[in-house]
Ligand binder design. Structure first.
Ligand SMILES: C[S@@+](CC[C@H](N)C(=O)[O-])C[C@H]1O[C@@H](n2cnc3c(N)ncnc32)[C@H](O)[C@@H]1O
Ligand SMILES: [Zn+2]
Length: 173
């Protein structure tokens, strides 16, 4: 298979505005060093561009690792209808950004590259987060510990949270 690594990858890219640190949400996270203004294009989500079929193969491997008690972290990012980006490379600092149900950043596809952009002003030491946008079909496998008031307890795109709440309520009755 030909490896298509996103241009600019290879060495750790950590913009001056952010630092890596332990997160209260999960594992490591990315934090603002200084004030970051709303709209700032903070960091690119780098990685290997892969087909959907390859992404599914890697997802199956992830699930097997998880079932064996290993790391179940998801680093594959949806790029477009045909391709995804596998960001599980040490030089992709953006892979450390956690999900939040009340995020302060968003992921934007800007001319075929994924950028993490500030949704509002960020204060120094604030942890960066964005909505992973996971679909309803996969919610059960992803507990959410973001702590936001809006959180349904699972990582799921905002428009589908009501369905998760409904499913959980039905299970309780
Ligand atoms: C791209 S990694 C994020 C960085 C991760 N904290 C690390 O140390 O590498 C994605 C994984 O982090 C975890 N994660 C991210 N956001 C989370 C959240 N809100 N609640 C619980 N786990 C989360 C999940 O295991 C998810 O598959
Ligand atoms: Zn949440």
């Amino acid at each position: 298979m030909t490896r298509r690594i996103i241009k600019g990858a290879g060495r750790l890219k950590l913009p001056a505005e952010v630092r890596l640190g332990r997160s209260g949400v999960h594992g490591y996270g990315l934090f603002a060093r200084d004030f970051i203004p709303q709209g700032a294009q903070i960091i690119e989500y780098l990685g290997e561009r892969i087909t959907k079929a390859e992404a599914q193969r890697r997802e199956d491997q992830r699930l097997a690792r998880l079932a064996a008690g290993g790391d179940g972290c998801v680093y594959v990012f949806e790029l477009n209808k045909r391709h995804d980006i596998d960001g599980n490379f040490s030089w992709n600092a953006a892979r450390r950004i956690n999900h939040s149900c009340n995020p302060n950043c968003e992921s934007l596809n800007i001319r075929g590259r994924i950028w993490i952009v500030a949704l509002r002003d960020l204060a120094p030491d604030e942890e960066l987060s964005f909505d992973y946008g996971f679909s309803y079909s996969e919610w059960r496998g992803h507990r959410c510990r973001c702590g936001a008031r809006q959180c349904a307890g699972y990582i799921i795109k905002s428009g589908q949270r009501w369905r998760v709440r409904q499913a959980l309520a039905a299970e309780r009755t």
